[in-house]
Design a protein around this ligand. Structure first.
Ligand SMILES: [Zn+2]
Ligand SMILES: [Zn+2]
Length: 95
C-alpha cells in the first residue's frame, strides 16, 4: 500500500475501536485506525474530580474525539504536531 501522508481528515461513523474505562476515570480507546489501518491506542483523560464513578461508571452517550496515534511515521506531519499518527480523527461513542 502506498504511503499515507499525514492529513487531518475526519472519519465519521467509524466504530472499529474499543473503548475501555480505567479505574482513575480516564478512557482508553484502542483498535484500528480507519484511515491508515494501523493499530492505535488513544487515552482520554477526563480530568474530572470524581470522574465516572458517580453513577456506577458509565456515562451514557458520551462522545469522544479520538485522534489516530498509531506511532508510525506518516510523512508530511507538521514538525510541531504533538500527534503521532496519520492525522485522522473520528468520534467514539456508545452504541
Ligand atoms: Zn498510521
Ligand atoms: Zn491513522
Amino acid at each position: 500500500m502506498a504511503d499515507i501522508v499525514w492529513a487531518e481528515i475526519g472519519m465519521p461513523g467509524w466504530s472499529g475501536t474499543i473503548r475501555s474505562e480505567e479505574a482513575d476515570g480516564s478512557v482508553y480507546v484502542e483498535g484500528a485506525c480507519p484511515r491508515c489501518k494501523h493499530g492505535t491506542a488513544f487515552r482520554i483523560d477526563r480530568g474530572l474530580p470524581g470522574g465516572l464513578g458517580a453513577k456506577g461508571g458509565r456515562g451514557d452517550g458520551d462522545v469522544f474525539t479520538v485522534i489516530c496515534a498509531c506511532g508510525y511515521g506518516h510523512s508530511d506531519r507538521p514538525a510541531d504536531s504533538s500527534e503521532s499518527g496519520c492525522g485522522a480523527y473520528w468520534y467514539d461513542q456508545e452504541v
